[in-house]
Write a protein that binds this ligand. Structure first.
Ligand SMILES: [Zn+2]
Length: 489
């Protein structure tokens, strides 16, 4: 896909919290620990008191089944959990209950795939497996981990259900990794198993190597956004070492997102160090065909099908609809909007999509917000398009009112407010129009054959007045002047 990077090999391990579960993986404590008082959502099971017995959350199996189906994985209908032993303060029991695909154990599901598109090329990213495990407790520091005088432990997160998605090492570049994660995020959103915009709901470990050299594992990248950055840094670091004649070693590194570097944690531990063995406190799990079929029957529409439907129902291009469906909230917003006006047809469907995917999305990106965080209502864009198509406002003005629209003001309210500041003084507009005509001889000449070129001249006046000129008066004056100068009939 990208020849520049064909010496780079990347595999990802993505940990996703199933935030939409009500309770933890092996106890009935509240799964939602965000904003809660520390150590208030705990019980003997999730703080690992001796003698406490875990009980599997059936809903977690249903959620994992949903994900396995949509990722085209092969579900292992019989499996049991394993103990992964290690000592750390965030792990009260001294082991994490997880799944293991060796020693007779199995993952929740094997294989699977996600198709990504980059520069209009398609590529299938093959998955190795997905499995369930429990989240350890959360460590809280004062400021940065390196300078904090203490570490606090909050067990509210201990036992929250994680699903781990492991890719084969088939990713060739940081851009491909970014695209893979974008698609994965979208799929997870549509399945309804997790809200990945919640802080701390994803953690990524990336295995990365240059062909025929040892790999390093970059641990605990705490957002999808950081993954591309961490990978870029790590590739450069490894290449620089080789340039200086150094040898790369297999090691685990930590991504420091403040300083944007990776730091060596330890040379890689081996699996044997974890002394995996079957968790005897839980019975083996069996999932029958009926259960899987039932989950399949209840699956909501997925992004791929939705994209096809949007192309069909709203006459959108593949490119537009693929972009539109990526974020379910955006796609829901779109359909609410275009369906609220019966007079809308293919032109308006396309216009609506453009406003949503260009100006509105840009605003959301800049403000680092999601659409459901704003007061924007689907009907406001319907109004905007009406005003534009009826010639009541120009595109240029429309672009200047996005900020106010996001605050929930209706188009008429915004325009009324603007009206008070509107420049409608004939003499001033005449002076500006003359300037614009002098400064743009080429556009003026175009006006003879192309009446639309006048829009460009009006646009120039808008720039000079920061969008405050009355477009109707400006149009009348420009037309008068052009006739007067013999530029149009
Ligand atoms: Zn508990």
């Amino acid at each position: 896909m990208n020849n520049q990077n064909n010496d780079v090999i990347i595999g990802l391990e993505v940990h996703i919290q199933l935030t939409n579960l009500k309770t933890k993986l092996f106890c009935s404590c509240n799964n939602d620990y965000r904003g809660t008082e520390a150590n208030s959502h705990v019980c003997p099971i999730c703080i690992g008191l001796p003698g406490s017995l875990p009980v599997l959350n059936k809903k977690a199996i249903e959620f994992a089944t949903r994900l396995a189906i949509v990722l085209n994985c092969k579900i292992n209908q019989k499996f049991w959990f394993f103990r992964k032993q290690y000592f750390y303060v965030d792990l009260a029991k001294g082991f994490q209950i997880s799944q293991y695909n060796k020693a007779g154990g199995r993952a929740f599901a094997d294989e699977g795939k996600i198709t990504i598109k980059l520069n209009s090329h398609k590529k299938v990213i093959i998955l190795n497996r997905i499995h369930l495990e429990e989240d350890p407790a959360r460590l809280v520091h004062k400021g940065s981990i390196a300078t904090s005088p203490y570490t606090l432990v909050d067990y509210n997160r201990s036992g929250v259900c994680l699903i781990e998605i492991v890719t084969e090492p088939v990713i060739d570049s940081p851009e491909e990794a970014r695209e893979f994660l974008r698609q994965l995020k979208s799929i997870v959103q549509y399945t309804g198993i997790s809200s990945l915009d919640l802080e701390g709901s994803v953690r990524v470990d990336a295995n990365i190597s240059l062909r025929s050299h040892e790999r390093s594992e970059v641990k605990n990248i705490n957002s999808f956004r950081e993954v591309e950055r961490a990978l870029r840094h790590e590739i450069i670091r490894q290449k620089n070492l080789l340039k200086r004649g150094k040898k790369l070693i297999q090691e685990t590194r930590h991504w420091d997102d403040k300083r944007r570097i990776t730091i060596s944690l330890r040379t890689k531990e081996f699996e044997a160090d974890y002394r995996y063995f079957p968790e005897q406190d839980l019975v083996p799990i069996e999932i029958d065909d009926n259960f899987i079929q039932k989950v399949k029957d209840q699956l909501p529409e997925m992004p791929i099908e939705r994209s096809r439907r949007l192309q069909r129902d709203y006459n959108l291009s593949e490119f537009d609809s693929d972009n539109l469906v990526l974020d379910k909230d955006i796609a829901d917003f779109y359909e609410d909007g275009v369906n609220s006006d019966a007079s809308f047809g293919p032109n308006e469907y396309k216009q609506y999509c453009n406003w949503l995917m260009n100006d509105i999305s840009r605003w959301l990106n800049e403000q680092n917000k999601i659409i459901t965080d704003t007061k924007l209502h689907p009907h406001q864009i319907v109004d905007l398009i009406r005003y534009l198509n009826e010639g009541k406002i120009t595109t240029k003005i429309a672009k200047t009112i996005i900020d106010d629209m996001m605050e929930g003001f209706s188009i008429s309210e915004i325009l009324e407010k603007k009206d008070k500041k509107r420049i409608s003084d004939d003499n001033l507009l005449k002076k500006l129009s003359k300037e614009v005509i002098e400064e743009n001889p080429k556009i003026v000449n175009d006006c003879r054959d192309n009446p639309k070129a006048i829009e460009a001249l009006i646009g120039r006046i808008m720039v000079k007045t920061r969008g405050q000129a009355d477009p109707h008066i400006a149009r009348r004056i420009i037309l008068d002047l052009l006739k007067q100068f013999g530029k149009i009939k």
